[in-house]
Design a protein. Structure first.
Ligand SMILES: *[C@@H]1O[C@H](CO)[C@@H](O)[C@H](O)[C@H]1NC(C)=O
Ligand SMILES: *[C@@H]1O[C@H](CO)[C@@H](O)[C@H](O)[C@H]1NC(C)=O
Length: 547
């Protein structure tokens, strides 16, 4: 009896152990699969799988084409071609009967056609290529190119010098996070973590003045960063020039937000940022979950009833989406200041935004490349969507491989040389693929609408084949708009339309500087004079209609 029981127990234990082991293996497998799943998309530096059939001539010299010969004679089982004349024949695609080409045609590689070159943009016309002629490239890049052409030799030299090793070594800001930057300049800082109603954990920074205050009832200004940015961008130009410090000195209680997915807000109660699930959000979720959570926390902690909101770039986009959807927004906002507001995208000049617009020649290929997780374009893709044109004009690898500069324009004329490497080291700060897709959808639809999932899913989510538009007439908040003539992402015509639709616009300022880019709103050394001065004046005078 006893022995039997023991035996049963032992064998039960064995079974349990086996089950447990299996479970562990399965779990580990699942974890590995889910953590790395999004990295399994084909991505390689070799010629065989290139985004957009793009042949990167810049790196062609280092590139070796590995080919396996069908006849398996010993010496030619594997042969490495690094002879550039073979490479050229291959690329030209003219020599269809060459032994080299017939090897390729047997399925090892995609045959590439002629390379079309347009101001540094080089795209091959292969069977999978989205382009047929120069016009296809020109349509995407021409307006951005025109705006970029004015860069002087002096500007370009400045950029090169900014990345000289000695300049970099001297600049510790390259390595500092927001808290460290703020402290370095003698200000205090509070870090707050806020949980959204859908489980994301967002970090807010609150700056404390250098001098202790007798009573702390300063009016609150909430600063919301742009697309591919974070709270850092309000700080990088230092206390003399960055808006966060200038507002603190002007007597405001300054708070800096960080939306989900950015470097300070990559946590969730149950989802991990290495998993695509974490990234299934668009501008809509940021507007309807992140903003209310951050604004409510700021009001509660500061003991204020209302605050001033300053939104740069996407920071304005999300505000207008929120305010158009939730009428109570007006009860919390004293005034809204939109710096370079990305709302209507119809006339956008930025090549990546044009390429990712549904209906563009490049759309299918780019969508496939981006996936549905974190927005993390490969090196090759960044090169293709504007990096190569940037290098042709400026010749600076550091700026031209940076997504922010490639997307918003690499014009750094207004920036101090020492701040440029600091920008490149802090940006991009993280975003989802859906965010950039939603901006692209706005280019095609010419409307500011919710995320477009495609007809079938739209019907389930919105009850309609098309996503609903955000109605700007519903934004019952005093708004001041700031924009510039040459902004790649925000065209003056699109700001004009926004201004007409908003019911309570208190001022519209076009920056007087001739060449003022999207990123200049944060980083130009002229920004304090041509933008922030107006902004502070406007903060002091804007009163809600009801007061
Ligand atoms: C900034 O860096 C310091 C030092 O590494 C660290 O203690 C702090 O938690 C960081 N803050 C944030 C918000 O990442
Ligand atoms: C937007 O809102 C305004 C005022 O609330 C309303 O009159 C108008 O019909 C709305 N527009 C659309 C397209 O729904």
């Amino acid at each position: 009896m006893c022995a039997d029981v023991r035996q049963v127990t032992v064998s039960a234990l064995h079974t349990m152990r086996a089950v447990y082991l299996l479970l562990c293996v399965a779990l580990a497998h699942h974890a590995a699969a889910s953590i790395f799943r999004h990295q399994l998309r084909p991505r390689t530096d070799s010629l065989v799988i290139q985004p957009l059939d793009y042949v990167d001539q810049h790196h062609a010299k280092e590139m070796k084409i590995r080919l396996r010969r069908p006849d398996s004679s010993e010496e030619s089982k594997e042969r490495i071609y690094d002879d550039l004349s073979d490479y050229a024949t291959l690329r030209s695609g003219r020599n269809w009967n060459s032994p080299l080409f017939s090897v390729l045609a047997q399925g090892e590689a995609i045959p590439y056609g002629d390379v079309i070159e347009w101001h540094g943009v080089e795209i091959a016309t292969g069977p999978k290529s989205p382009v047929n002629n120069k016009k296809d490239i020109e349509r995407i890049f021409n307006h951005a190119y025109k705006v970029m052409k004015h860069m002087t030799e002096e500007d370009k030299k400045k950029i090169h010098e900014a990345f000289a090793t000695t300049a970099l070594a001297a600049n510790e800001d390259v390595h500092l996070n927001a808290t460290q930057l703020i402290k370095k300049h003698g200000y205090g800082v509070e870090e707050h973590v806020v949980k959204t109603d859908d489980g994301y954990l967002l970090t807010l920074f609150r700056i404390q003045p250098r001098q202790a205050l007798v009573e702390d009832q300063r009016p609150v200004v909430f600063l919301m960063h742009g697309f591919l940015g974070s709270a850092d961008e309000w700080l990088l130009s230092g206390p003399e020039k960055s808006l966060a410090y200038l507002l603190t000195e002007a007597g405001y209680d300054v708070w800096l937000g960080n939306v989900r997915g950015t470097k300070y807000s990559r946590r969730h109660v149950s989802k991990h940022a290495s998993h695509p699930d974490f990234w299934h959000f668009s501008i809509d979720e940021i507007a309807l979950h992140d903003l209310p959570a951050m604004i409510d926390h700021t009001l509660k902690t500061s003991g204020q009833k209302k605050l001033h909101y300053v939104g740069y770039s996407q920071g304005s986009t999300v505000f207008f989406a929120w305010a158009a959807t939730v009428p109570e927004t007006g009860d919390k906002i004293l005034s809204m200041h939109a710096l370079a507001p990305m709302v209507y995208m119809t006339n956008v000049r930025s090549p990546p935004m044009r390429m990712i617009a549904p209906g563009s020649h490049f759309y299918e290929r780019i969508i496939e490349e981006l996936g549905d997780g974190e927005y993390k374009p490969s090196k090759e893709l960044v090169h293709t969507i504007g990096g190569s044109m940037c290098e042709k004009v400026i010749g600076c690898e550091h700026i031209c491989s940076n997504e922010n500069f490639v997307t918003a324009g690499p014009d750094t004329a207004g920036m101090d040389a020492d701040v440029i490497p600091v920008i490149v080291s802090h940006l991009p700060a993280g975003a989802s693929a859906r965010q950039v897709k939603q901006f692209g959808q706005g280019v095609s639809s010419q409307e500011f609408r919710k995320y477009d999932y495609g007809v079938d899913i739209n019907k389930m989510v919105y009850g309609h084949p098309q996503p609903p538009a955000y109605n700007m007439t519903e934004v019952k908040v005093p708004v001041t708009l700031y924009y510039s003539e040459e902004d790649w992402l925000v065209h003056p015509k699109d700001v004009e339309r926004l201004q007409k639709e908003l019911p309570d616009v208190r001022g519209t300022y076009k920056v007087s500087e001739k060449h003022f880019s999207h990123m200049d709103f944060q980083f130009s050394n002229k920004a304090p004079e041509v933008v922030y001065k107006k902004l502070v004046e406007s903060l002091q005078t804007t009163k809600p209609l009801s007061l």
